[in-house]
Design a protein around this ligand. Structure first.
Ligand code: SAM
Ligand code: DTB
Ligand code: SF4
Length: 321
């Protein structure tokens, strides 16, 4: 029995106390938890593909793909199964162990497009990759179909606290989000759900989000920590960048609260130096998005990531670890 027990009964006060610790103490504690539960040299490598881009009816204030803002992205209807399979093959060749497909949908409709997505999942899974999808809201039946097609995990971010949520999105509720997560879990899918820093939220909101995530029983299998990629034309285009110290504080607290979870240093990594990224790995991050592009914005250059892995002695975590 180690001293860092996996707990689901964290109180808001306990989360706040961890979060507000002196930073170095917090990092060191997180690093100890990390070493207890994970192989510190392994980082999960996920490749994202936007299988349907733009034209989304939701009004998420950070998003390039909402119809409510003119952001200048090129919309694209659902891709063909063969194109997606080719991208997945390349992802595997480039060292990815998880392939994540994103669609700019408010919710899944049970129609021919959904059938196509199920076929994409079957074919990508047959390559030996973990498959994740993020398609908006799901019914329990749709979640079940995704599971049967071989989906590993479903991504559906809570983004921020329940309190701050309606300042960022007005076209759905926090409870809608929680319902989809419940449907996904009930179908036996792993959960990938996290947030975004830099939406104008307070420390209190971050603590509230961490508390919500850390009291999921069991914990989400992965928690992406994104920092806002500001998109011209959206209401949040002029938000100031989030400091590395805030990112590290968020990652370290998440690591202590959810010892077994993969904590992903997600969007916004492009802005961080190798030193800053190393600090995030020390604080417990053990998953990243690789590849040239996220959904609509550039990611870290693959050659820089190869150099970073070489420099820090990191290797990709095997699929289904
Ligand atoms: N439409 C689906 C949904 O919202 O669940 C799936 C795609 S959506 C783009 C996936 C997630 O990407 C969002 O929940 C949000 O957390 C993240 N995201 C989108 N735009 C972002 C941005 N500009 N900066 C950081 N994260 C972003
Ligand atoms: C997640 O947490 N971040 C990813 C993925 N899950 C779907 C998306 C990041 C999007 C960044 C902005 C863009 O490229 O449009
Ligand atoms: Fe649509 Fe998802 Fe973008 Fe919100 S985050 S506007 S739901 S694509």
């Amino acid at each position: 029995m180690n001293e860092f027990r996996v707990r689901y009964d964290w109180s808001r006060e306990e989360v706040a106390a961890l979060y507000n610790q002196p930073l170095l103490k917090l990092i060191l504690e997180a690093a100890s938890v990390h070493r207890t539960y994970h192989e510190p040299g392994e980082v999960q490598t996920c490749m994202l593909l936007s299988i349907k881009t733009g034209g989304c009816p939701e009004d998420c204030a950070y998003c390039a793909q909402s119809v409510h803002y003119s952001t200048g992205i090129r919309p694209h209807k659902l891709m063909e199964v063969s194109e997606v399979l080719e991208a997945a093959r390349q992802a595997k060749e480039n060292g990815a162990t998880r392939f994540c497909m994103g669609a700019a949908w408010r919710e899944v409709r049970t129609n021919r497009d959904f059938e196509k997505v199920l076929e994409m999942i079957r074919q990508v899974r047959a390559l030996g990759l973990e498959v994740c999808a993020t398609l908006g809201m799901l019914t329990p039946e749709q979640a079940q179909s995704l599971k049967e097609a071989g989906l590993t995990a479903y991504n559906h971010n809570l983004d921020t606290s329940a309190t701050y949520y309606n300042r960022i999105i007005t076209t759905r509720t926090y409870q809608d989000r929680l319902n989809t997560l419940r449907a996904a879990r009930h179908a036996g899918l792993k959960l990938c759900t996290g947030g975004i820093l830099g939406l104008g939220e307070t420390d209190q909101d971050r603590i509230e989000l961490l508390h919500t995530l850390a009291t999921f029983t069991p914990h989400p299998e992965s928690v992406p920590i994104n920092t806002l990629v500001p998109i011209a034309g959206t209401p949040l285009e002029d938000m100031p960048p989030v400091s590395i110290w805030e990112i590290v504080r968020m990652i370290a607290t998440a690591r202590i609260l959810m010892p077994r979870t993969k904590i992903r240093l997600a969007a916004g990594r492009e802005r961080l130096s190798p030193q800053e990224q190393a600090l995030c790995f020390i604080a417990g991050a053990n998953s990243i998005f690789i590849g040239e592009k996220l959904l609509t914005t550039p990611n870290v250059e693959p050659s820089s990531d190869r150099a970073l892995f070489e420099l820090l002695g990191l290797k990709p975590m095997p699929a289904h670890a």
